[in-house]
Design a protein. Structure first.
Lengths: 222, 140
């Protein structure tokens, strides 16, 4: 081991080629594969939409919000979008506090992130319940196309499948964040000397936000 | 082992910082606001019109910009080593083919069906009976 001063031409172990910890690298690869899963979902949705004459108007279907009733397109979903973006910001701040080894800061921002996630999940539950009461579900579509013609159930099938899959990711993210919070409170990361675990949970949480950016645009806007 | 992990945790002080976080937050909020503004403006345009498609295109570009800021700054990818960035980003270019191939396939499927399957075209022009429930079933 005396000749380590000369740098080897080929990578031969002993140090991280990417300068990140193993678990974080694997989180990146997992997220990449998950991106392909969501990409496949959204592209099949797009393909079906391109192959169909007419499509329900999202501004008519999703125009309800709690307390204010119907006739307000985009209002509720913008609220949900901002909640998720802000919870992503608080997660970055939690990771940031972790770098500074500030346990109190990490706890504070993790709690805020969890609250954001729960608000989002609650909003989604409200929206699903409402659509269900209107008669929409897998295999049932009460909404006509924008020109009043008969629509297909593809609309509701894709909506519930993809937002459901995303919602399940949010749910897992909240559970992971709660586990991070408990571990932080117990001082596990202080004992380890680093908060890399919170960083990895953060990557997952940002990815959930990222997927919502696409789902939100593809289902509610265009 | 412990030492390596700690030094890896140290490395990541490069870039980031509260200032950058707030800057990206503002950028993301502005982009979302723009998207929503375009979405509201789109409601007053006729369906399948050129300007509506143009607005949809702009919204999709803004969507990719948002994705860039989330992955680059929040997920910190911009401050990682180039090799890591490449192993994550390069495979995603598959999506370029993926999107073009599948969407054009869907489009040509619809065109073929409308051209050759008269029955299908007629059926898709039928008006959907409006349910009475829709009027009575208002949210509280």
């Amino acid at each position: 081991m005396a000749t380590t001063a000369t740098t080897p031409r080929m990578w031969n172990g002993g140090r991280s080629p990417f300068n990140v910890e193993y678990g974080k690298l694997m989180m990146w690869y997992f997220l990449m594969s998950d991106a392909f899963t969501f990409g496949a979902f959204l592209i099949s949705y797009g393909t079906t939409r391109f192959a169909t004459n007419g499509w329900p108007n999202p501004n008519k279907v999703f125009d309800k919000a709690p307390f204010i009733g119907g006739g307000f397109p985009l209002v509720y979903v913008s609220f949900m979008t901002f909640v998720l973006i802000i919870s992503s910001v608080t997660m970055v701040l939690a990771v940031h506090e972790g770098h500074k080894m500030n346990r109190k800061g990490v706890v504070k921002y993790l709690i805020l992130t969890i609250i954001g996630g729960l608000i989002f999940l609650g909003s989604q539950a409200w929206e699903w319940t409402h659509l269900y009461m209107e008669g929409a579900w897998w295999g049932r579509n009460p909404f006509p196309n924008y020109d009043g013609t008969i629509s297909t159930t593809n609309f509701t099938n894709f909506f519930f499948t993809i937002t459901g899959f995303h919602g399940f990711h949010v749910f897992s993210g909240v559970v992971i964040n709660v586990i991070m919070l408990i571990m932080t409170l117990k001082g596990t990361f202080d004992k380890r000397g680093h908060y890399l675990m919170v960083e990895k949970a953060g990557l997952y949480w940002h990815f959930v936000d990222l997927v919502w950016v696409f789902v939100f645009t593809c289902f509610y806007l265009v | 082992m412990e030492h390596t992990l700690e030094s890896l945790a140290e490395e990541h002080h490069v870039g980031g910082g509260r200032k950058e976080i707030y800057r990206v937050t503002i950028i993301l909020s502005v982009l979302t606001g723009l998207e929503l503004g375009l979405g509201f403006a789109m409601m007053y345009m006729p369906y399948e019109s050129l300007e509506r498609h143009l607005f949809k295109g702009i919204i999709l570009i803004l969507m990719v910009a948002k994705a860039f800021y989330i992955v680059g700054y929040f997920m910190h990818l911009k401050h990682e080593i180039r090799n890591l960035v490449m192993t994550v980003v390069v495979p995603l270019f598959l999506f370029v083919w993926f999107i073009i191939a599948f969407l054009s396939d869907g489009n040509s499927f619809r065109n073929n069906k409308n051209t050759w399957d008269r029955d299908h075209k007629e059926r898709s022009q039928q008006q959907m009976p409006v349910k009475e429930e829709e009027n009575t079933h208002k949210m509280e």
